[in-house]
Design a protein around this ligand. Structure first.
Ligand SMILES: C[S@@+](CC[C@H](N)C(=O)[O-])C[C@H]1O[C@@H](n2cnc3c(N)ncnc32)[C@H](O)[C@@H]1O
Length: 168
């Protein structure tokens, strides 16, 4: 394992917490509010190929596929344990999603192969260098005119940053 892989941070920072990921995110991140907003913003069309980067347990991935059943949804995560849970959830939801184990900064996909890339709560897991690499890879796999949609958090800088998000 190289230095880059040593910097890997699992879903809840410690691998043994992974099974608690869904309840923790539901209670702490207002997931029910921001994930449907993000799905709407992505604006998927029939025939689109969509990549969910750092899919975790696939809550968002499943919403994406349900929103546009005529799309192809691919989900990638570097953690095989979280991917097992993601596959179980997709099967229970009855949706077809292709799950791949891999690193966001070394994508196993050809150039210009996706119409949309979505990264929810992933980027804060990456070092600055790996963020740059992941973004380079993202733009490599996006088709011309494709779109990247990011949802993440950081320290609020202004009063307005503390405001409640609103759905549109
Ligand atoms: C906080 S979770 C977010 C999961 C999901 N996208 C969501 O919105 O709930 C971050 C996920 O990114 C994955 N991850 C962290 N570093 C990664 C990397 N370098 N490449 C791929 N996945 C990574 C973790 O395994 C974890 O499942």
């Amino acid at each position: 394992m190289d230095e880059t892989h040593h910097q890997y941070i699992p879903a809840l920072r410690f691998g043994w917490l992974t099974r608690l990921y869904d309840p923790v995110i539901r209670w702490t991140m207002r997931e029910d509010l921001f994930k449907p907003c993000l799905v709407q913003q992505v604006g998927m069309q029939p025939g689109h190929r969509v990549l969910d980067l750092g899919c975790g347990t696939a809550t968002l991935t499943i919403l994406l596929k349900q929103r546009q059943p005529q799309s192809t949804v691919v989900a990638l995560d570097g953690d095989p344990v979280v991917l097992t849970r993601a596959r179980e959830k997709a099967a229970a939801a009855g949706v077809e999603i292709s799950f791949d184990e891999g690193m966001a900064y070394q994508l196993p996909y050809p150039d210009r192969s996706f119409d949309r890339v979505v990264a929810s709560l992933l980027l804060h897991h990456l070092t600055l260098d790996n963020k740059r690499r992941a973004l380079r890879e993202t733009f490599r796999v996006l088709k011309l005119g494709g779109e990247l949609h990011i949802a993440d958090y950081g320290r609020p800088h202004t009063f307005l940053s503390w405001k409640k998000p609103t759905s549109t």
